[in-house]
Design a protein around this ligand. Structure first.
Ligand SMILES: [Zn+2]
Ligand SMILES: [Zn+2]
Ligand SMILES: [Zn+2]
Ligand SMILES: [Zn+2]
Ligand SMILES: [Zn+2]
Ligand SMILES: [Zn+2]
Ligand SMILES: [Zn+2]
Length: 210
């Protein structure tokens, strides 16, 4: 059986039994287990059947007022779980900046109950600081999967304040980042910034001195 995915130029063929090489799903980034679809023409596109069958457009007014579509992307921060995500495919609003990683898009699409869980995570925090000329975004960085572990290692993400590796041995941390500049700083280091940086009343997270 053949399948045409809207993000890939070749026809995909279905994979009903386990084959020798393990690959990652282009959508959820987990290891592919059958049933799945993969491209035999270029060998560069494989997805779980359930991931591949998400429609090209999602509309859930309880989550977001506009229709959401899918794109191939770089690293970004998911507006639902606030994680810095490695998804190769993101779910983006067609009209504004709202975006979700593939897993969040998937759970929103499949389970209305997930919407409640995502809602109380609050809105994405943006922050201007003297430590960097651009707006910083607050996000979570985790290394709960092997893919995450190896990717963050390869990227060699360091905190600009303490110069230590961002994650180190931690499984989950909060950071402020400017993704286009690869600028990142631990939330804890940000809070310990010198007093001249902390003085501004426009800094919501900074402790003001008496
Ligand atoms: Zn998948
Ligand atoms: Zn292909
Ligand atoms: Zn997410
Ligand atoms: Zn929107
Ligand atoms: Zn600040
Ligand atoms: Zn630091
Ligand atoms: Zn920047």
């Amino acid at each position: 059986m053949e399948f045409q995915h809207f993000l890939h130029k070749h026809k995909l063929s279905s994979k009903e039994f386990e084959e020798k090489h393990m690959e990652q799903c282009m959508g959820c980034m987990d290891i592919i287990v059958c049933p799945a679809y993969c491209c035999r023409e270029c060998g560069e596109f494989g997805m779980h059947k359930s991931c591949a069958e998400l429609p090209p457009q999602i509309q859930k007014h309880t989550v977001h007022p506009h229709p959401l579509g899918f794109n191939m992307v770089d690293i970004f921060v998911c507006d639902a779980c606030k994680r810095l995500t490695l998804s190769l495919i993101s779910c983006r609003c067609m009209y504004c900046e709202f975006k979700l990683d593939f897993k969040c898009a998937m759970s929103i699409f499949n389970d209305e109950n997930e919407i409640g869980k995502l809602d109380h995570q609050g809105t994405t925090v943006h922050h201007f600081c003297q430590c960097h000329p651009h707006q910083l975004i607050r996000c979570m960085l985790s290394s709960t999967t092997e893919v995450e572990k190896t990717t963050w290692k390869q990227m060699n993400l360091c905190c600009r304040a303490c110069n230590l590796e961002l994650l180190g041995t931690a499984l989950l941390i909060h950071v402020y980042a400017c993704l286009p500049c690869s600028f990142s700083i631990h939330e804890s280091c940000m809070n310990e910034m010198p007093t001249q940086v902390r003085r501004s009343p426009f800094h919501p997270h900074h402790v003001l001195l008496p």
